[in-house]
Structures are given as C-alpha cells and as structure tokens.
Design a protein around this ligand. Structure first.
Ligand code: IPE
Ligand code: IPE
Ligand code: MG
Length: 237
C-alpha cells in the first residue's frame, strides 16, 4: 500500500482471459464470463476505496459480435443480470455508471437495462464506472468525424476551427479525463481497438493474470508500477 504514492485519477482496464480461465478449469466459457463479472465487482469497490475517480472497463468490443451466437447471447444476458444484481449497491456506494459505445445495436431488453443503471446511479460522486460496450475506438472516431463534417457542412464551424479539444469533445469520452493507466490482463500486449485517441500519454501495465483472478493485490501492484513511472510528455526534466 505504501508504494502507491501516486494514485491514477483514471484507470482503464482491458478485462481479458475469461475464456482461458474457464478452459483451465474444464468449465464453459460462460462460467469464465460470470467469474469475470465478480472480479469486476470487486475491482470497482477496490478502486473507489483506493481513491480512483474514473474506472473504464472494456466489457464488449464491436468485434465481439463475431463470436458464437450462444456466447454473445450469454454476454448480453450477463449485462442484464449484472444490472439487476449490482445497481442498488453501486448507488449506495456513490458509484455512477456511464456507458460508452454504440448503443443502437443492443436489444430493447439490454438497452432498457443500460438506461436503468445509468439513470439510477446518476449523481454518484465517489467514482464513475465507465462500461465500454459495443465499443471500438475506430468507430468512435468515425462517428465523431461524421458529426464534425456535418457541422462544418451546415456552416456551424469552420474546418480550421477543428482542434484536438473539439475532437476530444466529439468522442463518447467527451466529459472524461484521458486514462492515466491502462491495464491489460491475460498476457496479451495490444489495445484491441480500445481508447486509441485517449491513450496518447497513458502508462501501460500488462499482467499474465487472467481477468477472473484479478484482485486487490493485483490492482495495487499495477498502481505501484504506475507510481514509479516518470511521465515526461515529450519534455525534458
Ligand atoms: C474477455 O475474455 C471478455 C470479453 C472479451 C467479453 P475473453 O472471452 O476474451 O477470454 P479469452 O481471451 O478467450 O481467454
Ligand atoms: C478485448 O478482448 C475486448 C474486451 C476485453 C472486451 P478480446 O479478447 O476480444 O481481444 P483480442 O481478440 O484478443 O484482440
Ligand atoms: Mg480475449
């Protein structure tokens, strides 16, 4: 705990390895996803307890629709049960939930669940939990570019006015600070289409731990590693 001198304001996590966790135990992939949700629940309260203000988690990518239908259906069902199970406690703990991603592709049932968790937890000030669902960084940027082009065509803005700030505020993450620390579990070393614009000066932390096994100790290790980093932002100290 003593090594966590510098607590990142915003941590983003690529929660990977549920399937391998299940396979190692002779279980179905769906059981890995359920265990992954439990790891997420613990991580949310651990992060809030440590003093993290924003926690963004990659829960379902745009590419994940291409998985077997039964797995996709199971994940969507898990979103609905997750909302039912966890909304009251999140509200009680002062955690507000925000969704980033293209919400238009979800079934009515999933859309309703997402609206419910956002609505019921709104105003929670201890920490914001951002769920990236049907999220892809490239499609996020594409949507933002289309919106800016529309506004330019309508004469609301001049193309020369488009600066980094305007682009940032056209993304799903408009009101959020950029992530300070990005964690990926399961020994994979890639972004998989996650927060590419926002990650410009993020610190990265990779661990072989599979997501369902991620716990307070692992979170503290990641924050300790972050604390020891020297963020230069291209400058000379
Ligand atoms: C991450 O675990 C969860 C989602 C992508 C929904 P995976 O399901 O990708 O697990 P592995 O990578 O197959 O082990
Ligand atoms: C990234 O994990 C997406 C989520 C964690 C939701 P994947 O398992 O889908 O990514 P790849 O296929 O290994 O790049
Ligand atoms: Mg994976």
């Amino acid at each position: 705990m003593s090594e966590m001198k510098n607590i990142p304001q915003h941590i983003a996590i690529i929660m990977d390895g549920n399937g391998r966790w299940a396979r190692l135990r002779g279980k179905e992939r769906s059981e890995g996803h359920f265990a992954g949700m439990e790891a997420l629940q613990k991580t949310v309260y651990n992060a809030a307890d440590i003093g993290v203000k924003w926690l963004t988690v990659y829960a379902f990518s745009t590419e994940n629709w291409g998985r077997p239908q039964a797995e996709v259906d199971g994940l969507m069902e898990l979103v609905c049960t997750g909302v039912e199970m966890h909304t009251p406690e999140l509200k009680k703990q002062g955690v507000s939930v925000k969704i980033i991603g293209d919400k238009s592709r979800f079934s009515q049932k999933v859309s309703d669940a997402l609206a419910r968790i956002e609505g019921h937890t709104a105003g929670g000030e201890r920490m914001t939990l951002v769920l990236a669902l049907n999220y892809s960084s490239r499609s996020e940027i594409q949507t933002a570019m289309q919106e800016l082009a529309r506004r330019a065509k309508a004469g609301e803005i001049e193309p020369e006015e488009i600066d980094e700030k305007m682009i940032s505020s056209s993304l799903y993450t408009a009101e959020m600070p950029d992530p300070d620390l990005i964690i990926r579990t399961s020994g994979e070393y890639r972004l998989s289409n996650f927060l590419m614009w926002q990650a410009s000066y993020a610190e990265f932390y990779f661990t072989d731990v599979l997501w369902p096994d991620f716990n307070r100790e692992e979170l503290e290790k990641a924050i300790e590693a972050f604390s020891a980093r020297d963020r230069r932002y291209g400058l000379v100290k």
